[in-house]
Design a protein around this ligand. Structure first.
Ligand code: BV8
Ligand code: ZN
Length: 237
């Protein structure tokens, strides 16, 4: 732990990649862990344009359930540690796969959302996008003023990541001295590709995860444990 703490202390530029695991201690179910299922569906079955086209109401019931879960959750010590690290490091970029908005509520500022945001809705016809934080939503599926269906402002499987954030994330990782990877199973691409990219560009890669991931054996340091416990220790100066 001391070696990793040293790398973080000495780093001029830090990039962080987070996944659902960092929100687990806030009571938000992860995608592939226990409790991640809703009714009898897996996220891969519902987080797709096909599922939405087939049954927009079912997909919205799942998102509304998640929105209610997240609204009742609070950022945990892991989120707060990353917000504190950002204060200490002038060149700091937080890249998240999460759509729950808990990093924003923890006070993080430079957040790159690779997979969108649970709290924005977008019209499927006129593409009008806006924030809607009502829980629960008054009607499912919600409709736009133009009459068309609204969809969650997230990236579904088979959809491309937003070009701007994706470019920014790659640049931040290329320039980082340290990449901190927290709470992700590192199986979803292209986001997971940021890990080998960092290593290829000479960054030290430190992983904090409850379970082993495909990258655990090749990163510079891989800590097994909860983000809410590991991160405060790692950023302690
Ligand atoms: C694209 C938003 C192309 C929606 C999400 C076959 C092989 C390789 C790739 C593919 C393939 N088939 C298809 C693909 C591509 C696909 C993909 O990667 N699939 C995977 C499943 C194989 N990717 C895509 O489709 C992407 N788009 O490729 O487009 C394209 C290009 C141009 C033009 C057209 C198309 C889009 C991917 C984005 C999908 N959207 N979310 C929503 O949230 O509803 S992804 C979803 O998974 C979430 O965002 C989530 O964040 C993400 C990754 O999951 P994790 O965050 O890692 O969560 P997970 O539960 O898996 O793991 C949690 C970890 O935390 C665990 O390891 C656990 O041990 C740990 N943990 C638990 N508690 C704690 C903890 N750690 C620390 N502390 C704790 N307390
Ligand atoms: Zn519309």
């Amino acid at each position: 732990m001391n070696q990793a703490r040293e790398w973080i202390r000495e780093a001029r530029a830090i990039a962080v990649l987070t996944g659902a695991g960092i929100s687990a201690e806030s009571g938000v179910p992860t995608f592939r862990g226990p409790g991640g299922l809703w009714r009898q569906y897996s996220p891969e079955q519902l987080a797709t344009p096909e599922a939405f086209a087939r049954d927009p109401r079912l997909v919205w019931e799942w998102y509304d359930w998640r929105r209610c879960k997240v609204a009742g959750a609070r950022p945990n010590a892991g989120h707060l540690a990353l917000a504190a690290l950002e204060e200490a490091k002038p060149r700091f970029t937080l890249i998240t796969q999460n759509v729950d908005g808990l990093h924003d509520r923890a006070g993080s500022r430079s957040i790159i959302k690779l997979h969108g945001d649970l709290w924005t809705v977008r019209c499927t016809a006129c593409a009008r996008e806006r924030r809607d934080e009502r829980v629960p939503l008054p009607e499912l599926p919600p409709r736009c003023e133009c009459g068309a269906l609204l969809r969650p402002g997230v990236v579904w499987f088979g959809e491309p990541l937003p070009a701007g954030p994706w470019e920014e994330a790659q640049r931040a990782v290329r320039e980082a001295d340290v990449l901190l990877v927290v709470g992700t199973s590192a199986v979803v691409y292209p986001a997971a590709g940021l890990v080998p990219l960092a290593a290829a560009c000479g960054a030290r890669v430190i992983e904090c995860n409850l379970e082993e991931t495909p990258f655990s054996a090749e990163v510079d340091k891989s800590f097994r444990g909860r983000a809410g416990e590991l991160l405060p220790q790692l950023i302690a100066s």
